[in-house]
Design a binder for this molecule. Structure first.
Ligand SMILES: [Zn+2]
Length: 480
């Protein structure tokens, strides 16, 4: 099933969008033929993302997310629709894959990011996925259905994506309904889309100042390496069928562009290093590997290697050596938020909480708008029993789709005695991770609270109605 996932996804969307009679599938009741509006697409994508969160591990590191979104949006700004909103996120999965969903939601597996050798290679995958969205490959075949609500469609798409990510059983039910269709037609259709995504993606790459040749060479390297992979061909190549022919075509096209002079991209290396340290389970062996790399000089980037080593040392609580690396980084690289955060984390591990607070306050003077710094500072303030200050800090951070942010804010409300607000904030957290039922329970709890003012009562009631309607719609259409 894995192998056919990309095709099945498109197939499913066909089924959702066409009157059942034209493709002779069981009647699942599509009657309205209304093309989705961009607002519908956005809503579908947002529902999909919350569904996905329930079942796969999303990397919620604000720094990595910020880097990926900056990189992705740089490419988007050169597309024919630069105003379109995109949301890039990383899934903690060692398999090599990436996918795009209507509404500009683009997921990329940590395994794929770690396989790239340059920022241009990573950008080439993003550019390809962006092009699937801007060319509306999936969206333009989805039509609004009367019996399938957006949340229900989102659930089906999420099930298909998850089918290739984690537990294969999860997506089976959704797929069984559509498996009888005309697969060959979909494969051909997919091929056209893949070539087009390469073509448009390469234009974006070149316009945004990346090396277009890195697209075919990355695909080629994946294909060559796949002979040695235990699981066979990497998922990305299976879900985005890359043939030798397609690589050759892309290579020819890339040659038409001038060579780009790529400057040093330190953030790419540092964020990849952070991702490596975050997602590697065996930290002891990673520690050994990174130490050897530094000793033998066999690394691509010294700052990133030292940074990965420092993070890994922190994770295994071997803090004696970290200080040397931090000092080296501050001296040999630029002043960076991530180095200040590292320093504060070492202080926290040594139980020097006041020192940690001072490090955060110093760093916030240099980077007053940094969300991750603000969150880390608030977390420490909460720990030091300064909930009022923590709450003020968190409320200054503009909307963040990070569940941990809501966890911290709810704790701050709880500690300052604003219990109804604490429940409402927890409801936001549950909603964000796709647990709408739990969110409703929290809102009920908030409602029970006495002495609510008019404004808060109204807000609680509105939120309850919104979530209840959404849950009802999703269940209704899935039961039909
Ligand atoms: Zn593709």
């Amino acid at each position: 099933m894995d192998i056919m996932r990309h095709c099945l996804l498109i197939l499913l969307l066909y089924v959702l969008s066409f009157p059942a009679a034209t493709i002779e599938l069981p009647d699942i009741g599509i009657s309205a033929n209304t093309v989705m509006s961009p607002a519908d697409e956005q809503e579908l994508g947002a529902h999909f993302f919350r569904q996905l969160r329930r079942q796969v591990a999303i990397v919620d590191d604000a720094q990595i997310n910020n880097y990926l979104n900056t990189l992705g949006n740089r490419l988007v700004s050169y597309s024919h629709n630069p105003e379109q909103r995109f949301h890039f996120f990383v899934i903690n999965e060692s398999s090599i894959n990436a996918f795009a969903v209507p509404g500009g939601f683009i997921g990329i597996h940590s395994g794929l990011i770690l396989k790239t050798h340059s920022e241009s290679e990573l950008a080439s995958v993003l550019a390809h996925e962006i092009s699937h969205v801007t060319q509306r490959h999936i969206a333009r075949i989805i039509q609004k259905s009367q019996r399938f609500s957006l949340p229900a469609m989102a659930a089906l798409i999420a099930a298909l994506v998850i089918a290739g990510t984690g537990d294969p059983e999860v997506g089976q039910a959704a797929v069984t309904a559509v498996i009888a269709g005309n697969v060959q037609l979909q494969i051909n259709f997919t091929r056209i889309h893949e070539t087009e995504a390469d073509h448009i993606g390469m234009q974006l790459l070149a316009k945004a100042g990346f090396e277009p040749r890195d697209m075919p060479s990355f695909f080629e390297r994946l294909q060559a390496a796949s002979r040695y992979y235990e699981g066979g061909v990497p998922e990305f190549l299976r879900t985005h069928p890359v043939t030798t022919n397609r690589i050759a075509e892309a290579r020819d096209r890339a040659e038409q562009y001038p060579h780009q002079k790529i400057s040093y991209t330190p953030l790419y290396h540092l964020m990849k290093a952070k991702l490596l340290s975050l997602t590697t389970d065996n930290k002891q062996s990673l520690h050994k590997k990174l130490t050897e790399m530094l000793q033998t000089g066999r690394y691509r980037d010294e700052c990133a290697t030292r940074y990965a080593l420092a993070l890994t040392l922190l994770a295994i609580r071997k803090i004696d050596d970290i200080e040397t690396h931090i000092q080296w980084l501050f001296k040999n690289d630029a002043d960076r938020v991530i180095y200040h955060l590292l320093k504060a984390n070492v202080a926290i591990l040594q139980k020097q909480y006041t020192k940690a607070i001072k490090i955060y306050e110093h760093a916030l003077k240099i980077y007053p708008r940094n969300k991750m710094l603000g969150m880390a500072y608030a977390e420490q303030l909460l720990h030091n029993n300064n909930a009022t200050k923590a709450k003020l800090m968190l409320l200054q951070i503009p909307s963040l789709s990070n569940p941990y942010y809501y966890h911290l804010l709810a704790n701050a409300y709880q500690s300052t005695g604003e219990i109804a607000m604490a429940h409402l904030t927890l409801a936001d957290r549950y909603y964000l991770i796709g647990e709408t039922r739990q969110a409703l329970i929290q809102i009920k709890q908030a409602q029970k609270h006495k002495n609510l003012n008019f404004y808060l009562t109204a807000r609680i009631e509105t939120r309850y109605k919104e979530l209840q309607t959404e849950l009802f719609e999703a269940q209704k259409s899935l039961q039909q």
